[in-house]
Design a protein around this ligand. Structure first.
Ligand code: GLU
Length: 282
């Protein structure tokens, strides 16, 4: 009797373990695919102060990341009017995804191994590179000239981290968003602002800064922009990569570019679908 009960308990334990393992694999119910299907809405984290990429004016958001967000929502069957845009800054993207404050992040978000420990990434849909923004008459031509210079960047960003690790003699000042660095650069309180070239170009082109700043133009990193989502949402990640693949061939990726960053005359980059992530699996 005793033995039989012990065997039953063991069997039940094994069964529930197997079910738990199954539940772990079946991520579609609480992932973005399931949410889009059942609730027909999505919360997308974006930047609010990066012209051309993610810029908020009043209650409206516009930019390339916003257009990418709309493409993904559409591919998931969610109407544009049912997207809730939520402002993120560089340092709260992983926690916002982990805590479910947002379903997706499309916010100049570099895919890297450290972040992959906390979140999953679809993409990349664009590859930027770290660069410097300096005053128009500055003689700084690259990161090797930053010794003893004041450099402004953002907490939780890859460019700030790279300055700390690769250029430790630069004096790094960090804010929570890049737009806060610009008045400092104008006043000469800092010698350079550093982040991705495409972000810096957007600032340099803003009316209020015309003629004042220049992007140095020699990038010193690769910043592949991904779409962040919950670490265990493999199904969602694969779906987003499918949507991106579709967007590359049906013209919507190009249209997203032309409507935003492409307005300056630069042709749309190629969305290289052979480089899309494997969503956490090797
Ligand atoms: N792409 C870099 C990053 O994800 C810099 C831009 C940003 O902070 O959003 O950290």
């Amino acid at each position: 009797m005793r033995t039989k009960r012990a065997v039953t308990v063991a069997a039940v334990a094994a069964l529930s373990f197997a079910m738990a393992a199954c539940g772990g694999d079946d991520d579609s119910a609480d992932g973005i695919v399931g949410k889009a299907e059942s609730q027909e809405k999505l919360v997308i984290g974006v930047k609010a102060d990066q012209p051309g990429l993610g810029l908020q004016t009043g209650t409206e958001y516009e930019g390339f990341d916003i257009e990418i967000g709309k493409i993904i929502a559409k591919g998931l069957g969610v109407d544009e009017s049912n997207i809730e845009w939520k402002t993120t800054v560089s340092s709260n993207r992983e926690p916002f995804i982990q805590q479910g404050t947002v379903d997706l992040v499309v916010a100049t978000y570099t895919i890297n191994d450290e972040r992959k420990e906390k979140v999953n990434f679809a993409g990349p849909y664009f590859v930027a590179g770290q660069d410097l923004l300096v005053q128009a008459d500055s003689t700084i031509t690259g990161p090797n000239q930053l010794d003893g210079k004041k450099v402004c960047s953002v907490t939780g960003s890859t460019p700030a981290k790279r300055i700390q690790t690769d250029y430790p003699n630069a004096e790094l000042q960090q804010f929570d968003s890049y737009s806060k660095c610009l008045p400092e650069l104008e006043k000469g309180q800092v010698d350079a602002v550093t982040t991705d070239d495409i972000i810096l170009a957007g600032y340099a082109a803003q009316d209020q800064w015309t003629g004042k700043f220049k992007v140095v133009g020699s990038t010193f990193s690769d910043e592949p922009y991904g779409i962040g989502l919950k670490k265990d949402d493999t199904t969602g990640c694969e779906k987003v990569n499918e949507i991106l693949t579709e967007a590359a061939s049906d013209g919507s990726y190009q249209a997203a570019w032309d409507k935003t960053l492409g307005k300056s005359g630069t042709a749309a980059p190629e969305l290289d679908t052979t480089k899309l992530t494997h969503c956490g699996s090797v």
